[in-house]
Design a protein around this ligand. Structure first.
Ligand SMILES: *Cc1c(COP(=O)(O)O)cnc(C)c1O
Length: 388
């Protein structure tokens, strides 16, 4: 039996989904001996991404999304002792590079409309940090699970206080607000092509900017900051963060199916919505007017006060028993042991999201049989408690 036919094979939250042409780009790289962290696939992927994101952005392909955030912070001038505002409700990779620079993350809570950075608490944080004597050096909002952050309000505040924004669009390739793509709002933005993202290069990332010089600077810093000289000459600290031409080949193939992947993820979301929206205590995150999410992951909240006591852990454990992966929403950074005691501005919105939230299997390669297996468990969990 192939693993695909096995009724008990593992159903993943989000797994790689090749389109078919990836191998052609990789084979071409082998045939032409471009087996290096530069080459035609790297250039080609940068072009494809710039075209897709639009708004005249420039792209530097890098080894990871985390590396892209790190370079973004370096280029924003973040140094030892500085402070950087960062959405608390996110994956640790949004915040870790702040620590790489010896800076302190100042965490900002989410708003309930998008689950992303609250403009209100952002402004409160900026004002208070300035009063305390330190103006933050950068702002990192995140488009979590594909839902765009309120970029209009965030950019207005950022512009008013003249603080550069680095958009973390790792989960939001293809998401937009009124047609303007995530990744094109901030001074810089980052993308990720890790194995679980909407498209993958196995591992990879990119720095995006409307400023051509920043993209060029990112490429320079990512290749050990080598000055223009016949010998190796360096005037700045460099990094080895460039993307491999092999990985970029996978990326070029994936770009051909990205629009399809977005529709497939959104179709998965629609199925969950149909199935669960009437269940007591279950809520989904709707798109605010003009917002378009790539629905990288379908997320739900389960409020035990209204679900007859069912918690997200009940559902997660029941799914796990059937070899189905689901995962609590991100545990906020200000609650993480590694960032404990750090500054946080908010009212606990993201803490509640973490308590009640669950990510459901959302891969674009899920079959109807896979989804039906998930639905069966959902039915069992919710019916059981109705009776009990
Ligand atoms: C995946 C992810 C990253 C990091 O990307 P990598 O390519 O894995 O380094 C950063 N931020 C968020 C929100 C992510 O989901």
């Amino acid at each position: 039996m192939s693993p695909i036919d096995d009724p008990q094979s593992k159903i993943w939250l989000s797994s790689p989904h090749m389109g078919g042409t990836e191998r052609n780009f990789v084979t071409e790289a082998f045939d032409t001996n471009w087996v290096a962290p530069l080459g035609p696939n790297v250039d080609g992927l940068e072009k494809d991404l710039a075209t897709f994101v639009g708004n005249d952005v420039h792209v530097a392909a890098l080894s990871t999304g985390t590396a892209a955030i790190h370079l973004g912070l370096v280029m924003a001038g973040v140094q030892n002792g500085d402070e950087v505002l960062c959405q608390s409700f996110t994956f640790s990779a949004s915040a870790n590079p702040i620590a790489y620079q010896g800076a302190t993350p100042v965490f900002v809570d989410s708003e309930s409309e998008t689950w992303n950075m609250s403009p209100e608490f952002l402004e409160q944080a900026i004002k208070e940090r300035i009063v305390k004597g330190k103006k933050p050096k950068a702002i990192i909002p995140v488009h979590l699970y594909g839902m765009p952050a309120n970029m209009e309000a965030i950019m207005e505040i950022a512009d008013q206080y003249e603080i550069p924004v680095i958009e973390d669009a790792a989960e939001a390739l293809g998401s937009h607000i009124n047609g303007r793509m995530c990744g094109s709002f901030g001074k810089m933005a980052i993308l990720s092509f890790n194995g679980n993202k909407i498209i993958t290069t196995s591992g990879g990332g990119a720095l995006v900017s409307t400023d051509q010089q920043l993209a060029a600077k990112a490429r320079f810093l990512a290749t050990q900051a080598r000055d223009n000289a016949p010998h190796y000459q360096h005037s700045e600290i460099g990094f080895n963060y460039r993307m491999s031409n092999i990985c970029a080949g996978i990326g070029r193939g994936q770009m051909e199916v990205l629009p399809e992947r977005i529709l497939q993820r959104r179709a998965v979301y629609e199925q969950y919505l149909q199935k669960m929206s009437a269940m007591p205590g279950v809520t989904f995150l709707a798109e605010p007017e003009g917002y378009y999410s790539n629905r990288w992951l379908t997320t739900i909240l389960i409020d035990p006060a209204q679900s007859g006591g069912i918690t997200r852990e009940d559902l997660r454990l029941a799914l796990e028993k059937e070899n189905i992966e689901s995962r609590p929403l991100w545990k906020p950074m200000h609650m993480q042991p590694v960032f404990e005691g750090g500054p946080f501005y908010g009212d606990g919105t993201c803490e509640k999201l973490f308590e009640q939230g669950l990510c459901l299997p959302s891969g674009s390669n899920l079959t109807q049989a896979d989804l039906d297996r998930v639905f069966k468990v959902i039915d069992e969990v919710f019916v059981k408690t109705e009776v009990g």
